[in-house]
Design a protein around this ligand. Structure first.
Ligand SMILES: Cc1cc2nc3c(=O)[nH]c(=O)nc-3n(C[C@H](O)[C@H](O)[C@H](O)COP(=O)(O)O)c2cc1C
Length: 171
């Protein structure tokens, strides 16, 4: 039985998703660093993407049984991205994997994360602005790194909500 939705969030997008999922499922929501759960208990883990790795994922696997893993990044979702992230981050064949797009907000970051992302955002902007034409996905990324955008919405959780409803208690 899933005991909690555990999350790690730097700028708040993953926290928002965890809280939305908690409301949808009735499962309690707790930050990884504050979680006081029984070792080995079943959880859904949600973490933000840092250079292709899900923050806190290794710690979550070490302490708990991760039944579902959800990455939150700034890139638009795609099958290829989901497959690559799943291959890199899933450590147990019983873990269901999901990816949702969160957002980007430099003002909500601090320290090293803010520094790294201010450089990264500049370089993404430079590359995209040099192109003659942009796809809709590229346009949305350009807007995100230029202005800061959140695309957090409950409908993005349809996949993981459906998994919880139909599969979570069936292994
Ligand atoms: C240092 C750093 C590295 C990041 N690397 C990636 C990445 O590899 N892929 C991606 O899609 N987003 C990346 N992001 C963007 C965040 O994952 C994205 O903004 C996410 O919504 C943040 O969630 P949070 O608000 O819960 O922290 C990175 C952000 C930072 C600060």
């Amino acid at each position: 039985m899933i005991k909690a939705i555990v999350y790690t969030s730097a700028a708040g997008h993953t926290k928002e998703y965890a809280e939305l999922l908690g409301k949808k499922t009735g499962v309690k929501v707790v930050a990884l660093d504050e979680a006081d759960l029984e070792s080995g208990c079943e959880i859904i883990y949600m973490g933000w993407l840092f250079a292709g790795n899900i923050k806190g994922c290794a710690k979550a696997y070490k302490k708990y049984t991760v039944r579902a893993l959800c990455a939150v990044g700034m890139a638009p979702p795609s099958e290829t991205l989901t497959a690559n992230l799943s291959a890199k981050n899933v450590k147990d064949k019983h873990t269901a994997f999901f990816y949702v797009q969160g957002g980007f907000d430099l003002q909500k970051l601090s320290g090293l994360n803010k520094f790294i992302m201010s450089l990264k955002a500049k370089s993404i902007r430079k590359n995209l602005e040099a192109k003659d034409s942009l796809s809709p996905e590229e346009k949305s990324v350009l807007k995100m790194v230029s202005e800061g955008v959140s695309v957090v919405q409950e409908s993005n959780l349809a996949g993981i909500t459906e998994w919880y409803r139909t599969k979570a208690e069936n292994i």
